[in-house]
Design a protein. Structure first.
Length: 498
């Protein structure tokens, strides 16, 4: 049985075909494409019509290769959305979560409602670009989009709508908005009323594995395909990535590693407490009725922005060459908190790292290798802090860490993560989100009876590389220094600019 997974990340997208046979799961990349934001004036948008075009290109290639998938699913990043008007057409290109118009709105909303009230109603981490604050910003600026809107759809919802004509909201992505109440199991009308947005825009929330429509006949006719069922998978890409974690035990810790790093564990119920709020953890929906207790970490975005800056300056470098330079750069010379708000916006990241190090009295990194090493070491040390917090909140102890996603191709980061946490790291699979997307489709068809049977098949089908911790004493000493520099002492989470 074959299924088609579209996995859309913040920088690229891919269409991957999955076959399930007596040898296990086999995947083949059908189409890969860029996903680049578009800046118009002061506003930053997603090019949603280009993404739709690339999805159609993937279907065309499927047809040319003679494949007939049994179903199709789409996953993407969270929080961002599109609005439909009364005629069912999209009202403007969706805004990018890094658009500056949302700056400062979170603080205002949390002062009005109190942060405690927002967290108790949603269990979601406070991030300045959450959908709650995006909509509040549009309302306070009297955006004409809100005057005309009649339907709210997250990015995968919207792309599914383009394919099927059916407007449906999916659970895992809905929970990222900070507008969904997991206790009530529905959109939170009180929060929507406070920001002045109609709850009539928000439709039924369906669980991963639900069939939400068929490929439009017009698309089938244009491409020459038979109709394909479109499923709502775990449409937040981290939700799909967690499905693909090849864990052998029900209690496990994971790190979905890419532009963002997301670390946590899988639980049956959300952990909505004063402690989880203080540590700014989130409780996002998962597949199979689970919740993902996790924390967003800035991730490889910082390194990617540095590489883009060097490219603009005419000093472009390949990823492999950069990691080789990082490996021989001075150890633990410059450390910082990757989640400082200084590193959230796009821009000259190398200068911001230097600024942070200068203000904290550290060696200021100048060359590319030293900057890259500072980023990777700081990420590995932050992973240890978040893993400790995850154990604290879940009241569990983990024997190691599962790393999935494209970031695991950075073997230096995997090894340094093992060194930092003092436990084994099991890295794989790299295409975690796409594979989890497929797994949900196979569970929905009855091919797998549940998520654990799917994980066994994933474990048997894809290589997992184990990294054992090294240089423990040096990393333990660096960790204590990291905590002092960043003020991430036990039981605290700052997130404020140096």
């Amino acid at each position: 049985m074959s299924v088609l997974a579209y996995d859309l990340g913040a920088g690229s997208g891919r269409a991957i075909l999955g076959h399930l046979n007596d040898r296990g799961i086999e995947t083949r990349e059908i189409h890969r494409f860029k996903n680049e934001p578009v800046k118009i004036g002061d506003r930053m948008h997603w090019d949603i019509l280009r993404l739709h075009h690339e999805i159609l290109q993937g279907l065309t290639l499927i047809k040319q290769q003679g494949e007939v998938p049994e179903s199709l699913g789409i996953d993407s990043w969270g929080v961002d959305f599109g609005l439909l008007g009364s005629n069912g057409e999209l009202l403007g290109n969706p805004y990018h979560y890094r658009d500056t118009q949302f700056n400062g709105v979170m603080d205002t909303v949390c002062q009005e409602l109190t942060a405690k009230r927002v967290f108790e109603r949603t269990g979601i981490q406070f991030l300045p670009f959450n959908t709650l604050y995006q909509l509040a910003a549009l309302k306070r600026s009297a955006s004409p989009l809100l005057r005309e809107a009649e339907r709210f759809l997250m990015i995968p919802d919207l792309l599914r709508y383009f394919l099927t004509g059916e407007a449906v909201n999916e659970f895992t992505n809905a929970t990222t908005t900070q507008l969904y109440n997991p206790v009530l199991g529905q959109w939170d009308r009180e929060l929507l009323a406070h920001i002045g947005v109609s709850d009539q825009w928000f439709g039924e929330v369906v669980l991963p594995g639900s069939t939400v429509g068929q490929l439009r006949s017009s698309i089938c006719n244009d491409i020459g395909l038979a109709s394909i069922p479109i499923l709502a998978v775990a449409e937040h890409d981290t939700g799909s990535a967690v499905v693909a974690v090849p864990a052998t035990e029900t209690s496990f810790a994971y790190l979905s590693c890419g532009t963002w790093s997301l670390m946590g564990t899988e639980l049956d119920q959300p952990v909505i407490s004063a402690e989880s709020m203080e540590l700014n953890f989130t409780n996002e929906g998962g597949a199979g009725g689970t919740y993902r207790l996790l924390k967003n970490i800035m991730g490889l975005w910082i390194l990617q922005e540095c590489m883009r800056q060097w490219e603009r300056e005419g000093r472009g470098i390949t990823y492999g060459s950069l990691l080789a330079k990082a490996e021989i750069a001075p150890q633990f010379a410059s450390l910082f908190d990757p989640d400082d708000v200084l590193f959230l916006p796009a821009g000259n990241m190398t200068e911001r790292i230097r600024q942070y190090c200068q203000k904290t009295g550290q060696r200021v990194p100048e060359d590319q290798g030293s900057i890259a090493r500072a980023i990777l070491e700081s990420l590995a040390l932050k992973y240890r802090r978040v893993l400790e917090w995850t154990e604290q909140l879940s009241e569990k102890t983990f024997g190691g860490l599962h790393m999935v996603g494209g970031g695991i191709q950075n073997e230096l980061l995997c090894q340094w993560t093992a060194n930092s946490i003092g436990k084994p790291v099991w890295a794989g699979p790299a295409e975690g989100s796409a594979i989890g997307n497929m797994a949900v489709q196979w569970i929905a068809s009855g091919t797998f009876k549940d998520i654990w049977e799917a994980r066994r098949a994933i474990r048997d089908s894809f290589p997992v590389k184990e990294y054992e911790p090294q240089d423990r004493s040096a990393w333990a000493e660096a960790y204590e220094r990291f905590l002092r520099i960043t003020a991430l002492s036990p039981g605290t989470e700052t997130g404020s600019e140096v």
